[in-house]
Design a protein around this ligand. Structure first.
Ligand code: CP3
Length: 341
């Protein structure tokens, strides 16, 4: 088998230099992405057109010596596949018709979600065929709580108040929503592995703003069920967990969910992260705005991150997605520095 440095790192093997990928590495900071984006009416059409989704997935790898491609799609294709209306409006982000206590039982009943997601799985197959052998192919889905915050609130919000209240006021309906998301996510991730993904990442972007009980029931438990459910069908499936904002809950998340590797956000202190169990591969955690600003502060922080994690398996990444304002030269400089020192 060809050596894939990034996959090997997820599996616990430290490399001489950290492999690197960048969250949201295909996106609006690239002119070639914007050109393709302007050919389609809406963002979901891009996700559901294998030709175009394959092309935009590969674009960043043509420019930079990245160690992985991440499937181009979105976490909100899952609610779309469950029959909820999802739209992406310019300047506003995603807008969904919120679910209600009564509508939850009907989710996924009209059509098999995997039939709806077939074009995304076709993209995975094409990527598998197109990628150089040493590159890792990353699949993903949103974690149930994070996806539920959009399904309940109808849009992104700074504090997820709508979903937090819904979970407290309607515990049974909320549990049913989490159940359907866990089941659909397991089927979807298994299908991504079968189509050729090497590893999957669970994006729990809204793991913040939760007390420890809520963190256990809404974040840890559903993510644990997904890892277990996927591995029951894909033995030893490699999984990266990214509970953004988990802070003091990071170690507990890693231990209880059984993920192979942990993504850490940029607000996690390096000294704190360095104290997580040494066998645990870590991914992260550069502030995306450092990449916008560039210059000496970028080089210094990149070096500090690499030094902090030098004694464990480490995958270099940002601590959240790259932003559209990022200069391409800064990305090139980052990748070169991580690879060559
Ligand atoms: O990383 C990659 O290159 C793969 C593609 C990817 C996208 N979204 C493409 C995208 C991935 C892995 C995601 C994950 C995602 N989507 C998350 C989790 C990660 C995170 O950032 O916290 C979340 C919360 C979403 C939901 C979402 N999708 C939002 C809130 C938005 C609007 C905000 C924005 O950046 O515009 C999107 C749209 C989106 N997803 C875009 C891209 C490239 C931009 C839309 C466009 O091009 O018009």
């Amino acid at each position: 088998m060809t050596h894939k440095p990034l996959l090997a790192t997820v599996l616990g093997e430290k490399q001489e230099r950290p492999p690197i990928w960048i969250m949201r590495q295909a996106g609006r900071y690239l002119p070639e992405y914007r050109a393709i984006r302007s050919e389609v009416k809406n963002f979901l059409e891009l996700c559901y057109t294998p030709d175009l989704a394959t092309e935009v997935t590969l674009q960043p790898l043509r420019r930079f010596d990245l160690d992985a491609a991440i499937l181009f799609s979105d976490i909100l294709v899952v609610p779309d596949a469950l029959g909820q209306s999802v739209r992406f409006e310019a300047g506003e982000g995603p807008v969904l018709d919120p679910v209600s206590v009564d509508s939850i039982a009907g989710l996924g009943k009209e059509m098999d979600p995997l039939t709806h997601l077939a074009p995304v799985l076709e993209t995975v197959r094409r990527l598998r065929a197109a990628l150089a052998r040493e590159k890792t192919l990353i699949g993903f889905c949103g974690s149930p709580w994070t996806v539920a915050t959009y399904m309940i609130g109808g849009r992104g919000s700074p504090d997820q108040a709508a979903a937090r209240l819904f979970a407290l006021r309607h515990p049974e309906a909320f549990a049913a929503l989490i159940d359907v998301l866990v089941e659909t996510s397991i089927n979807y991730l298994v299908a991504q592995f079968e189509a050729g993904a090497d590893v999957v990442q669970l994006f729990e972007s809204w793991a913040l703003n939760l007390d420890d009980d809520a963190f256990t029931s809404r974040v840890i438990e559903p993510n644990r069920r997904i890892v277990e459910g996927v591995r029951a069908r894909v033995p030893n499936a490699p999984v990266i967990g990214f509970p953004r904002g988990a802070a003091g809950n990071l170690a507990r998340y890693a231990e209880k969910t059984g993920v192979n590797a942990m993504g850490i956000d940029y607000a996690t202190p390096l000294t704190f992260a360095a104290n997580l169990p040494k066998h645990l591969p870590l991914q992260g955690n550069l502030d995306p705005l450092r990449l916008v600003a560039g210059g000496q502060q970028l080089d210094d922080r990149v070096d500090a991150i690499i030094t902090a994690f030098a004694d464990r398996p480490h995958i270099f990444n940002l601590g959240h997605g790259i932003v559209p304002e990022t200069p391409i030269e800064h990305v090139a400089r980052l990748v070169e520095r991580v690879k060559k020192g």
